[in-house]
Design a protein around this ligand. Structure first.
Ligand SMILES: *Cc1c(COP(=O)(O)O)cnc(C)c1O
Length: 397
């Protein structure tokens, strides 16, 4: 294993990676660091095509020492699909969708859960707990079951019903809260504090290894493009783990010398019903203020106060990217339009990214000829209510 330590991106303090760890003393999430020079000596990009088609192909850049601790359902290596018909309509000829809908548990949360659960198990954790908007809880409950760990999952009543069922099916201790993910977070903090160390807090960015799983989306996009980077990557941003992870992956690949210096511009997409990052980005602020009365059809990105706000805003500015909010009616219209033109039913969060792509191209921020990659973070079939079938004719039998 090439993992060396955990590093605080805010105060620079180094932490031991050999024991279960949450935040830095200063309150910031921690980042896993590797001996990349040593990785570059033993590995070259030519080796990857010979490896299994899952995220464990990037083993040297992941934090699990013993392969026996790898908890897998075959996550990763999802298709990077061309979307020429929809792309022509919105003026982006080179438009691609990375379809995370094919990931186990139907969302890219499985990447974070696979790596996070594997490392937690390796470090001796027996029981995890987390607040969730649904998909993360479903994924962590599923991988915890596979690893033999206990899981306490707290989610809002409004979270997609299927996620509730996935948690129950996996035997998790599921609690529902009549509120938002931030309310669920307070509940989890109480449970963890009262457990005397028996329960490990695996909430978004509260442990460093979920990010390591999600960063593999960045490696895959680059590898699937023949070790080239696209011009723009568009990501539906809730807690921002995927965005921070992709940025981290790109920096690691550059340090390894496997890609050129120029990196893609990253775009954070939020809903007009919950846009703390967009507001902070527009105001040039370092931190995001909590969003009041958050609500959107794109439930996975309803995060009123993301813990990683500083890291998200840094990634956007560092990459010369941007942040944009789109409204629910447009998200649902683009979801239908995309499915009819390309034959792929997106999750609402993924559809929000296409709405964003359309606006950014129309406004000239995305230029003609640029290669744009959009993340479809989950399976459209997990959200059956996004397509209205009330008008479908019923024939007499
Ligand atoms: C969780 C989630 C997101 C947001 O991911 P973050 O990494 O927390 O920003 C987007 N889409 C779907 C489908 C999700 O489940």
């Amino acid at each position: 294993m090439y993992l060396t330590h955990l590093e605080c991106p805010r105060c620079g303090r180094e932490h031991d990676a050999g024991q279960p760890t949450n935040l830095c003393g200063c309150g910031s999430p921690l980042l896993a660091r590797y001996d990349l020079a040593a990785v570059a000596e033993v590995l070259t990009p030519e080796r990857f095509p010979l490896r299994p088609a899952d995220l464990w192909r990037y083993r040297e850049l992941l934090p699990v020492a013993d392969p026996r601790h790898e908890t897998t359902l075959g996550e990763g290596w999802t298709p990077l699909l061309r979307a020429p018909a929809y792309g022509a309509e919105i003026g982006i000829a080179d438009l691609m969708v990375k379809d995370e809908g094919l990931t186990p548990t139907g969302s890219f949360k499985a990447r974070g859960a696979a790596v996070g659960v594997s490392r937690a198990r390796e470090l001796g954790v027996r029981h995890i707990a987390m607040p969730t908007n649904g998909n993360a809880g479903a994924a962590w409950a599923t991988y915890a079951a596979r690893a033999g760990l206990g899981a306490t999952i707290v989610m809002p009543l409004d979270a997609p019903a299927i996620c509730r069922r996935e948690c129950v099916a996996a035997g998790a201790d599921l609690r529902l809260v009549d509120g938002l993910i931030s309310d669920a977070g307070r509940l989890v903090a109480g449970l963890v504090a009262d457990s005397g160390g028996a329960i490990f807090d695996a909430g978004t960015l509260r442990e460093p290894y979920r990010l390591e799983g999600k960063k593999t989306m960045g490696y895959e996009i680059v590898e699937q493009l023949g070790w080239q980077v696209p011009d723009v990557i568009i990501y539906p941003t809730g807690g921002g783990v995927g965005l921070i992870g992709i940025q981290k992956a790109l920096h690691e690949l550059r340090e390894l010398g496997w890609i050129e210096d120029r990196l893609p511009r990253l775009v954070a997409v939020q809903s007009t019903g919950c846009a703390p990052i967009v507001r902070a980005f527009a105001a040039g602020e370092q931190r995001a203020r909590p969003w009041a009365d958050a609500h959107t059809v794109a439930f996975g990105i309803t995060v009123p106060a993301p813990l990683g706000d500083e890291l998200i805003l840094d990634a956007l500015r560092d990459s010369a990217g941007t942040a944009i909010a789109v409204d629910d009616a447009e998200i649902l219209a683009d979801l239908r339009d995309f499915a009819a033109r390309e034959g792929l039913l997106l999750c609402p969060e993924g559809a929000a990214c296409l709405t964003a792509a359309r606006h950014l191209r129309a406004g000239g921020w995305i230029r003609a000829g640029e290669r744009v990659v959009v993340l479809n973070t989950g399976a459209g079939v997990k959200y059956p209510e996004t397509v209205d079938v009330a008008d479908v004719p019923v024939l007499p039998a």
